[in-house]
Design a protein around this ligand. Structure first.
Ligand SMILES: [Zn+2]
Length: 332
């Protein structure tokens, strides 16, 4: 059984101190809307083999679960060392106590209600730990990445959506139903733009890559000379590149995105007093000029007056593969 008291985190001993015969690895599975990543990871965070399969979400949840079980079983037959368990980070709202997906939006049709833990445990015979992908990423950063040694941190992923994971006093903060840390759905503009979650005015409705592209398209008619008018397909990366090159439309969107993100982060800081806030996902590639704007707002909006450090995630695209096995290692 999943035991919240056992989710205490600690630095893993170096592999050199573990006798080879007892050295175990964890299999991590990161289920995203586009790709699903499988990786074996040692207790000190070394990747020992990584496989990526397309999620093909439109085929439905049942087909996806069957392919994940099949791939996991195939990898376990070739495991580089004894396997301690399987950690799964999945898109959607996950109840970590049951390992069931409570709700997934249209990015993963048929995933709502999926018993991820039960199905994988039956297929492999191993202990399985499931959480949402943002919580897994937060654990991965705390254990192996930019948050090593930090007991109080918040990890925010700005990608297709906006995810968040909170580590408080060394443990993943789960909340009453395991749904804590939904930073993406902090209201930054009451009654504002619609969010994929069905509410309005959430941070995700302004600061996700999807929202950045939408806001750019809405703003472009006012900028007849913007280079972004020629860009197709328009992406958040292109918008930030244009901002860096001095394009006024790009600069406006970058400034507004930093403003909305800082509005959300001010509440996060005032509520949790984290030592460190890590920003990951594609939008974080906008880099230090973007984060400097966020920091400047927070100097005047957060009661800690800028004492929460804002930095970028270290694991990048590897976070999914490394974060999910961290669920196994954290439970050990
Ligand atoms: Zn929302």
């Amino acid at each position: 059984m999943w035991d919240p008291e056992k989710k205490r985190l600690g630095r893993a001993p170096p592999m050199a101190q573990v006798a080879p015969a007892t050295a175990k690895v964890a299999l991590g599975i990161d289920i995203g809307g586009t790709n699903t990543v499988f990786a074996f990871v040692t207790p000190d965070g070394r990747l020992l083999g990584r496989t990526v399969i397309p999620t093909r979400a439109q085929e439905g949840g049942e087909r996806l679960m069957a392919r994940i079980c099949q791939q996991a079983a195939a990898m376990l037959r070739e495991a580089p060392a004894p396997v301690a368990g399987i950690g799964v980070g999945s898109a959607g709202q996950i109840d970590p106590r049951t390992g069931v997906c409570v709700f997934a939006n249209d990015n993963l049709p048929g995933w709502t209600g999926m018993d991820i833990r039960g199905r994988l445990a039956a297929a492999t015979g191993l202990p399985v730990y499931v959480d949402n992908d943002a919580n897994a990423a937060a654990l991965g950063e705390q254990r192996f990445g930019a948050g090593r040694g930090v007991a109080n941190l918040v990890c925010i992923t700005l990608g297709t959506g906006v995810g968040g994971g909170i580590i408080s006093r060394g443990r993943l903060l789960t909340g009453h139903r395991g749904l804590a840390g939904e930073v993406g759905h902090i209201i930054v503009q009451a009654g504002g733009d619609p969010c994929p979650c069905g509410l309005r005015g959430c941070l995700e409705a302004y600061a996700s890559a999807t929202a950045i592209v939408r806001r750019t398209r809405e703003a472009l008619p006012a900028y007849p000379d913007s280079r972004l008018r020629q860009v197709e397909p328009l992406t958040a990366r292109e918008v930030f590149a244009a901002a860096a090159a001095g394009d006024p439309c790009g600069e406006r969107i970058l400034a507004e995105t930093a403003w909305y993100l800082a509005v959300g982060l001010a509440s996060v800081i005032n509520l949790l007093d984290p030592e460190l806030i890590l920003i990951g996902g594609g939008v974080a590639q906008a880099g230090e000029p973007f984060l400097d704007r966020v920091r400047a707002h927070l100097d005047s909006w957060a009661v800690t007056r800028g004492r929460a450090r804002i930095a970028r995630c270290a694991l990048g695209e590897a976070a999914g593969g490394v974060g999910a096995p961290a669920l196994v290692l954290a439970a050990a």
